[in-house]
Design a protein around this ligand. Structure first.
Ligand code: FAD
Length: 314
């Protein structure tokens, strides 16, 4: 089986979740070609994760994400490389692109996959459903398959070699450019919550917006994004785009630090793809502790400044 891995860049850096996708493709297929849109100095990272070849797309027309054009290019790459498997990480770009690729190459598709396929009696993949509360096993039919992996579910391989980097100029079709993509620059220093690798989030336990300085200080010290619970944004203590949960942003960082948040099921629905969760709460019975990997029972106003100072000294 030959696999193609779709690798996404964020400001020229390969996304960690894409390295997970390459590693998954390598574990399943062995022979992996990656496709990268845009320029990056991280090609060796892609090789270490298991790609022996990288198709590098540097056409200016394709530098900004374009769902239709990326789908056409990936389908063309699959046909050129004879790939019967496409692997990518779940993302706001990857999801719509892969749905269109599946139509173009007639592939079956499974999303939110957490484990390697079981090929003993077909091609069964395990996927996370109901915002991480259950798993389903789905059988993928047909010759071609697309697997969208859940972030943080797959370990990144680090012992591959340097890949062969080949320029790839896909045929572009005017009809793929009917939707104009506009790039919105993020404010300098801001870390976007959906893509953040570290998140420091505060809840109603912080009593008021005037106390958010210590959350921001901890986030700045760690290089983390800031988030909050729904009541906090409802009360305008924090902007709505920081609201995490079922009705807000879903995050999947390596570490989610929840401070003064009770851990209601609607909040957990947005954070349960996090690799590790640290909860700081003064109530030892707070439900969040059941979902936590690490917990500190204590007053946030005492614990958080000490934690920040300790990290600064480390
Ligand atoms: P609280 O429940 O008031 O908890 C505050 C916590 O802070 C407590 O655990 C307390 O022990 C702790 N605390 C207090 N003082 C301190 C201190 N000094 N130091 C440390 N800890 C302290 N909520 C979301 O967050 N996201 C959503 O997307 C969302 N969607 C919803 C959708 C629906 C349809 C509904 C009905 C609800 C939704 N909610 C959502 C609301 C959710 O049910 C909870 O009410 C909310 O998450 C609680 O927010 P909180 O934990 O900040 O506040």
């Amino acid at each position: 089986m030959a696999a193609l891995a779709f690798v996404e860049l964020d400001e020229g850096k390969v996304k960690k979740s894409s390295l997970e996708a390459v590693s998954y493709a390598h574990a399943v297929a062995g022979d992996v070609t990656a496709i990268v849109f845009g320029k990056t100095d991280d090609m060796d990272e892609v090789g270490k994760a298991g790609a022996s070849k990288v198709l590098s797309v540097t056409d200016d027309k394709l530098s900004a994400p374009n769902i239709m054009a990326y789908a056409s290019a990936i389908a063309e790459a699959m046909n050129q490389e004879g790939s019967d498997l496409l692997v990518l990480a779940k993302s706001s770009l990857g999801d719509p692109v892969s749905a269109r690729v599946s139509i173009k190459v007639d592939a079956s598709l499974a999303s939110n996959v957490t484990d390697l396929p079981d090929t003993s009696g077909g091609y069964s993949v395990k996927k996370s459903i109901y915002t991480g509360k259950a798993f389903a096993n789905t059988n993928l039919e047909g010759d071609k398959k697309i697997i969208i992996i859940k972030k943080n579910a797959i370990a990144i391989k680090e012992d591959g070699g340097s890949p062969e980097v080949v320029d790839f100029a896909p045929a572009t079709n005017d009809s793929d450019f009917t939707v104009k993509t506009t790039k919105v620059e993020k404010a300098e220093g801001d870390i976007l919550l959906p893509e953040a690798d570290l998140v420091v989030s505060g809840g109603r336990g912080l009593k008021g917006p005037e106390n958010w300085g210590m959350i921001e200080e901890l986030a700045k010290t760690l290089g983390a994004a800031t988030g909050c619970s729904k009541p906090v944004s409802d009360m305008d203590w924090r902007p709505h785009h920081e609201h995490v949960g079922q009705t807000g942003i879903k995050v999947s960082p390596s570490l989610y630090i929840a401070i003064g948040i009770s851990g209601a099921i609607q909040h957990l629905a947005g954070v349960n793809s996090s690799k590790y969760i640290l909860v700081i709460n003064k109530d030892p019975e707070a439900p969040f502790f059941k979902a936590a990997d690490y917990g500190v029972v204590g007053d946030a106003f005492d614990v958080v400044p000490k934690l920040t100072e300790a990290i600064k000294k480390a």
